[in-house]
Design a protein around this ligand. Structure first.
Ligand code: A2P
Length: 271
C-alpha cells in the first residue's frame, strides 16, 4: 500500500486511500493542495461550504497533473439540500473547481430533504457530472432511509472518526453494506496527538502520534482525510506506508474510544 493505492467502491470506481483535507485551510488552500500533489497525494477533499473550491481547482490546474489522475471530492451544503437546489449547487461547485465532473459528491449533512437530494444526485451521475455518490455525517438510520427510498447504496459515508470517537456499529454496518468509510478529522483536530499511549506506541515505530493514528485508521480499512497547511505535516501524514502496527497496538488504540465528538451530533445540528 502507498499514498496512491486505491480501494474499489461498490459502484466500481476506485478511490485513493488518503486525501488532503482542506477544511479551514483558508487562503493557504492553494499552496497546500499544490504541495500535496507534488508529494504524491492524488485525492483532495473539499466542500462548497469551505469556500475554497476555486483555490483547489487552481492548484489542480497548475499542478499539470492529468485530471483523471486526481480524485476530487466536494459536498452539497445543507441550505441547498433544504431548498432543493442540487443541480445549481453542483454547477456552481464545478465552475469554481474548473472541472466538468467530480469524482465524489457527498451530501454534507442529513439536512431535511436529503432523500430528494440523493435522487437528484443519481440523475446527475447518469449525466456524467458525478462519478460516485456518497453521504457524510449519516448514521445508520439515515442510511437505512436512503436505502429504503431509493434502493441505491451510497458509495461512501464520511463521518467523524478518531481514537476518541469510534462509532464501531456504524463502521460495521458500512462494511456489511460495502459502503466505503471515510474518517473526517482523523486526528481529532489535533486533540488525540498528545495522548500518552499513542506517543508511547509511536516510540516503538519511530513515528509521530499523527502517523500512528493515521496508520491505525488505514489498518481498519478506513479512508483518511488529514488536514494540514504545513508542508512538513503534509509530508509527515503521508509517511505511513513503511510500517505496520501490530494487532495488539491496533487493539490498544481501539480501547481509547470515549465516544467523544469534536463536531456536532448528526441527529442534532443547527446549521
Ligand atoms: P495545520 O493545518 O496548521 O497543520 P484533523 O485532520 O483531525 O481535523 O486535524 C487537523 C488539525 O491538526 C489542524 O489543526 C492541523 O493543523 C493539525 N495537524 C495536521 N497534521 C498534523 C500533524 N502531523 N501533526 C500535528 N498537527 C497536525
Amino acid at each position: 500500500m502507498n499514498l496512491q493505492t486505491r480501494i474499489r467502491l461498490n459502484d466500481g470506481n476506485e478511490i485513493p486511500v488518503e486525501a488532503l483535507g482542506v477544511f479551514q485551510s483558508a487562503e493557504a488552500t492553494k499552496e497546500a493542495v499544490l504541495t500535496a500533489l507534488k508529494i504524491g497525494y492524488r485525492h483532495i477533499d473539499t466542500a462548497a461550504v469551505y469556500q475554497n473550491e476555486e483555490a483547489v481547482g487552481q492548484a489542480i490546474k497548475e499542478s499539470g497533473i492529468l485530471r483523471e489522475e486526481i480524485f476530487v471530492t466536494t459536498k452539497l451544503w445543507n441550505e441547498d439540500i433544504r431548498q432543493g437546489r442540487v443541480r445549481e449547487a453542483l454547477a456552481a461547485s464545478l465552475q469554481k473547481l474548473g472541472l466538468d465532473y467530480v469524482d465524489l459528491y457527498l451530501i454534507h449533512w442529513p439536512a431535511e430533504g436529503y432523500v430528494e437530494a440523493y435522487k437528484t444526485m443519481l440523475e446527475l451521475q447518469k449525466e456524467g457530472k458525478i462519478r460516485s455518490i456518497g453521504v457524510s455525517n449519516f448514521k445508520i438510520h439515515h442510511l437505512e432511509k436512503v436505502l429504503a427510498e431509493t434502493g441505491v447504496v451510497p458509495a461512501i459515508d464520511q463521518m467523524e472518526f478518531h481514537p476518541q470517537m469510534q462509532d464501531n456499529q456504524l463502521l460495521a454496518y458500512c462494511k456489511d453494506k460495502n459502503i466505503g468509510f471515510e474518517a473526517w478529522s482523523p486526528l481529532g483536530r489535533g486533540a488525540c496527538l498528545n495522548n500518552p499511549q499513542i506517543i508511547e506506541i509511536g516510540r516503538k515505530y519511530n513515528k509521530t502520534g499523527a502517523q500512528i493514528i493515521l496508520r491505525w485508521l488505514l489498518q481498519k480499512g478506513i479512508i483518511i482525510l488529514p488536514k494540514s497547511v504545513h508542508e512538513d505535516r503534509i509530508r509527515e501524514n503521508a509517511a505511513i506506508y513503511d510500517f505496520a502496527l501490530t494487532d495488539q497496538d491496533v487493539e490498544a488504540i481501539n480501547n481509547l474510544n470515549e465516544n467523544k465528538r469534536i463536531g456536532p451530533d448528526p441527529d442534532n445540528f443547527d446549521f
